[in-house]
Design a protein around this ligand. Structure first.
Ligand SMILES: [Cu+2]
Length: 175
């Protein structure tokens, strides 16, 4: 029995050695192929320097928020110069009467605002940028405003008499 086991081990050893040598050759071949792939990759791809020269589009502020405080007789925005993008407006009526926050896109910051006979803004003659429900005193509202088009916007409260009393502000949007 002992002799047989010994003989078997003797027979297997050269076979294992051959297998190991074959494995070593295989690993060597794989390493060579991988090295060639890496070299080809480096040669065919533009360098990282070339890629950085192609500047990406100007970043838009996707999660930017603007705080708007409405009161008699004022539209208080924490920012009046913005980069193009979508903005979350957190609107707060801190006044003692109802107010609203609406906005229109202007052709220029000095565009004449069309008024009706009572002195209120003729909204139909302007391009709306945002509109929403009136806010009761102490009321709050959150609204997304699309300011992806650069230019001048007028934010206002157009409840009768409020624009005339000073509830308007120009916002400049740049790329
Ligand atoms: Cu108002």
């Amino acid at each position: 029995m002992i002799t047989e086991e010994h003989a078997t081990t003797e027979q297997q050893s050269p076979e294992i050695a051959r297998m190991l040598r074959r494995d070593v050759r295989t690993v060597g071949l794989i390493a060579l192929v991988m090295a060639i792939v890496v070299v080809i990759g480096v040669l065919t791809h533009p360098s990282s320097h070339a890629r950085t020269t192609a500047a990406p589009a100007a970043p838009v502020a996707p999660s930017a928020t603007v705080s708007a405080v409405l009161s008699e007789w004022h539209i208080g925005l924490d920012q009046t110069t913005l980069q193009t993008g979508h903005y979350t407006f957190n609107i707060d009526n801190t006044g003692t009467i109802e107010h609203e926050l609406i906005a229109f896109k202007l052709s220029s910051p000095s565009q004449t605002i069309p008024l009706d006979k009572a002195g209120d803004v003729n909204e139909d003659a302007l391009t709306s940028a945002t509109d929403g429900e009136n806010l009761v005193p102490g009321g709050t509202q959150t609204r997304t405003v699309d300011l992806t088009a650069p230019g001048a916007y007028i934010f206002m409260c157009n409840i009768a008499g409020h624009y005339h009393n000073g509830m308007h502000v120009i916002v400049t949007v740049t790329r």
